[in-house]
Ligand binder design. Structure first.
Ligand SMILES: [Cu+2]
Length: 208
């Protein structure tokens, strides 16, 4: 999955940099302590060394912020001029997935009570643009296994793209406390082969 790869890359790089900085600081600390104990005379302060240290840390911070922003941009950018659009609406306490381009004008919703959990159906290998909003309070669309989370605000539409390269089904949740039944606000995201998706979009029941 593209999202998983991008977040995996960002996390790995940040962990390596953070681990490296941590080890350098530990090493310098140990060296300074050992040196101070063994020395009697007072040495003058070293502003140049401190300036180098501050500069190096600032450079690391700038690099990590820029790298993360770039990866975020990559993830949101889509080269596909005609992605499949799905309108996602969160409400207390469930979700609606509307398919304005579907010939049958498919719309999936539920109550999120018991087994009445809506399924967001998407085709594999195709760019899907989710337009996310809320009917009442702030919710947050979260698919832990795909490492994706985005807030759903009332009177505002957040847009992001999703490309799933293999068929499967993953559990989604609401990640923003939104009231009494927040914890039941689950949904499924199901990726099916394009042909199966087309059948479903035309009104068939193959995918759900
Ligand atoms: Cu919620």
């Amino acid at each position: 999955m593209r999202q998983r790869q991008i977040f995996g890359t960002v996390f790995t790089l940040e962990a390596i940099v953070a681990g490296g900085v941590f080890l350098v600081i530990l090493g310098v600390l140990a060296w300074v302590l050992a040196r101070r104990r063994s020395e009697v005379s007072d040495r003058p302060e070293r502003p140049r060394l401190e300036a180098f240290y501050v500069g190096a840390l600032a450079a690391f911070a700038v690099f990590l912020v820029a790298w993360t922003a770039w990866q975020n941009h990559r993830e949101h950018h889509t080269a596909d001029p005609a992605p499949l659009r799905v309108d996602v609406t969160g409400f207390q306490w469930c979700w609606t997935f509307g398919y304005p381009q579907s010939p049958a004008h498919r719309s999936v919703t539920g109550t999120c009570k018991g087994k009445d959990i809506p399924t967001l159906v998407v085709p594999t290998g195709r760019t899907v643009q989710l337009r996310l909003t809320s009917r009442d309070v702030i919710h947050s669309l979260w698919v832990p296994d795909l490492r994706y989370k985005m807030d759903a605000f009332p009177h505002h539409v957040n847009t992001f793209t999703l490309t799933l390269d293999r068929a499967g089904r993953w559990r989604g949740r609401c990640a923003e406390f939104c009231g009494q039944r927040h914890s039941t606000m689950d949904f499924w995201i199901k990726a099916v082969p394009p042909r199966e998706y087309d059948r479903w979009a035309h009104g068939g029941s193959a995918a759900v």
